[in-house]
Design a protein. Structure first.
Ligand SMILES: *Cc1c(COP(=O)(O)O)cnc(C)c1O
Length: 371
């Protein structure tokens, strides 16, 4: 018996009839760039996120790059990012030529620590990028209050948080711009690359639309030096189908997370914590263990695939060796990368498989306790 980390083929099987029809509709339409399917998805997704506008782009990294460009972030500016995030958050800042200012997370939430964020602000700071890591909302109110006070932009990386709520409201419009990825493994995943940006600000929505399409409002007239990063209509049609099921699929993730939390309560693992203002969507179920590698080996022997998000923090990556970041300055992130392990979770995981995972974890705990 094997338990996969995430079963994407099962997701397709559940919606096969609807997805096949949506893809055929686009193929038959003869319209393959932007157009009505992308418009329709943008409108559905904006409504879902409780935002006024959504702009579909090529992927999540581009969403962040285009978002930063729309806010006028560039060379000479400093941008505050979490030290513990997927590399895309950092790459976006590097790609617009701004300077990264990594800030360590609050260990309770694993998200940007508002106090450390406040101390990282300088006269050059232009923007803050909170990430809703693992699908759990970052504490936005103190960050937005800070940004208001200092005149900074806030741009959220919500690539792991489709459907999550912060203080009762969906992630999607708390800050200036909210960036999304539809990479297949995300809670709302396409069958290829895709991304979007949501916002309540009409002038920013307009700028995003221009930037994603060659800096052009009108064909062959280029107002700014834009990009080619457009959400594909076939992916938009698939996403429209999947969006209708997102709440139900997130509810199934929550059920598994609740089961894990209850079953592993007495163990030595550090379990995810959820403040009362947070409604996470469990993109990942991340625990911390001092014997992480041995635990993973034990899980693997029993056919359970667990993963590490992320094994090498951005400041330790070769790509950032040249940036002169002091490699010992991010001890919290270093400790996380040594201790975190993500247990399998997904809308197509059975209760039986979840039970098997917890019993194998508890076996390991009892075994090591005896040693
Ligand atoms: C997936 C992800 C991205 C990037 O998305 P792509 O669509 O793969 O470019 C950005 N930030 C975070 C936190 C992610 O998890």
């Amino acid at each position: 018996m094997t338990i996969p980390f995430l079963n994407l083929a099962a997701a397709y099987q559940e919606l096969k009839v609807e997805i096949d029809a949506a893809v055929s509709r686009v193929l038959a339409s003869g319209w393959y760039i932007l157009g009505p399917e992308v418009d329709a998805f943008e409108s559905d997704f904006a409504d879902y996120c409780e935002a006024a506008y959504a702009v579909g782009v090529g992927n999540g990294l581009d969403a962040l790059v285009i978002g930063l460009r729309a806010l006028g972030v560039g060379p000479g500016d400093e941008v505050i990012v979490p030290s513990n995030t997927f590399i895309a958050t950092w790459l976006a800042v590097s790609s617009v030529g701004a300077k990264l200012i990594p800030v360590e997370p609050d260990l309770a939430t694993c998200n940007l620590d508002p106090k450390r964020t406040a101390s990282a602000i300088t006269s050059r700071t232009k923007a803050i990028i909170p990430v809703h890591l693992y699908g759990a909302p970052c504490d936005m109110d103190p960050i937005i209050a800070l940004a208001r006070e200092k005149g900074l932009s806030v741009i959220e990386d919500a690539a792991q948080a489709h459907g999550a709520r912060y203080r009762g409201r969906r992630i999607g419009s708390h800050s200036d711009l909210v960036c999304w990825s539809f990479y297949p493994g995300k809670n709302l995943g396409a069958m290829g690359d895709g991304g979007a940006i949501t916002t309540n600000r009409p002038e920013l929505a307009d700028r995003l639309r221009v930037l994603r399409n060659y800096g052009s409002r009108e064909k062959y007239r280029n107002d700014v030096k834009g990009m080619n990063s457009r959400l594909d209509p076939i992916q938009a049609a698939i996403l429209r189908v999947k969006l209708k099921h997102l709440d139900a699929w997130n509810a199934r993730r929550r059920k598994i997370a609740d089961f894990y939390l209850a079953a592993l309560k007495g163990s030595s693992l550090v379990l995810p914590q959820n403040p009362d203002w947070s409604e996470p969507v469990w993109h990942l179920f991340v625990v911390r263990s001092r014997q992480r590698d041995a635990l993973m080996a034990h899980l693997s022997k029993q056919g359970i695939s667990a993963l590490v998000h992320y094994p090498i923090p951005p400041h330790r990556q070769q790509a950032y060796a040249v940036d002169g970041l002091s490699s010992d300055a991010f001890g919290v992130s270093d400790a996380m990368s040594d201790q975190v392990v993500s247990l399998p979770i997904g809308p197509h995981m059975s209760e039986q498989d979840a039970r098997k995972v917890t019993s194998v974890v508890l076996d390991f705990e009892n075994g090591t306790a005896r040693m």
